[in-house]
Design a protein around this ligand. Structure first.
Ligand SMILES: Cc1cc2nc3c(=O)[nH]c(=O)nc-3n(C[C@H](O)[C@H](O)[C@H](O)COP(=O)(O)OP(=O)(O)OC[C@H]3O[C@@H](n4cnc5c(N)ncnc54)[C@H](O)[C@@H]3O)c2cc1C
Length: 233
């Protein structure tokens, strides 16, 4: 198949499950094998369905892609909450070799330019597209990358991102565990970079709204703000 066969809202591919991992409590990582020529831009998302399973309820849900295509696999991350929904029960029960339907990739959460410093603000599982953005930015540029990562119990991908900060001094990780500290760090970074930086936000709507209020107070232009609200939480 040609790359063009996979592009656009209506294109659907069938990807094989490589593994499902459970790194902590109700966090899950699903790794999918890529067909030849399957590409996407860092930050995009896909809709995932289970063509070989029959059940009542929602047949597909949206997930950000946590990997970049150069890694050679599609990585999806999720959290089920205390009781997994019917959809997520199937997602985390997938077996290696089983296929999933993948519609997309699509979305406007993308790297805005090739050189501006960046301030990334993620909450919880909103870290997923940020992993891809950091990998793509670090690979393609020498820009400064600041990640403010808010989580209450577990920082998904933090070990990997911490290792990247050791290798590349342009990358900085600020872990926070409450809203006040998160917003204070965002305010400090906005004061430091002003409208020289792009500000990327991913997570729940409430987190995005309060972060945006801080940026507005610091007179950051709306053109410098890139958002990925995780509708559904
Ligand atoms: C652009 C976009 C990207 C997205 N990317 C991701 C992604 O990368 N990973 C991802 O997991 N989701 C992502 N989502 C949200 C995803 O599509 C689902 O809506 C969401 O995961 C909830 O699915 P569910 O089956 O648990 O939903 P529901 O059946 O609605 O869940 C039932 C309830 O369980 C509780 N619950 C479920 N999950 C959690 C949780 N993590 N923490 C606390 N309570 C919870 C909530 O009360 C929820 O309402 C994205 C959505 C959009 C629009």
């Amino acid at each position: 198949m040609k790359i063009a066969d996979f592009k656009g809202i209506f294109s659907k591919a069938y990807l094989e499950v490589e593994s499902v991992e459970n790194p902590f409590k109700d966090f899950y990582l699903i790794k999918l094998k890529l067909p030849n020529g399957y590409t996407w831009s860092a930050g995009e998302h896909v809709n995932i369905s289970f063509p070989d399973r029959k059940y009542m309820g929602r047949k597909w849900k949206t997930f950000s892609i946590a990997s970049i295509d150069k890694e050679g696999y599609m990585l999806i991350a999720t959290r089920t909450g205390e009781e997994a929904s019917r959809y997520k029960s199937h997602l985390i029960d997938l077996r290696p070799g089983e296929r999933v339907g993948v519609r997309g990739p699509f979305g406007s959460f993308k790297i805005a330019d090739t050189s501006s410093p960046s301030v990334l603000v993620a909450s919880g599982v909103g870290i997923t597209p940020m992993r891809a953005l950091i990998k793509a930015m670090a690979e393609d540029s020498n820009r400064e990358i600041n990640l403010v990562f808010a989580a209450s119990d577990y920082y998904l991908f933090a070990d990997e991102i911490e290792a990247m900060t050791v290798e590349n001094s342009n990358i900085k990780l600020f872990k926070t565990s409450n809203r006040a500290d998160t917003l204070e760090k965002v305010a400090d970074l906005a004061a430091e970079y002003g409208n020289k930086a792009y500000y990327y936000m991913s997570g729940s709507n409430s987190m995005i709204n309060s972060t945006e209020d801080v940026l507005n107070n610091k007179e950051i232009s709306k053109k410098r703000i890139v958002k990925d609200p995780f509708i559904g939480y």
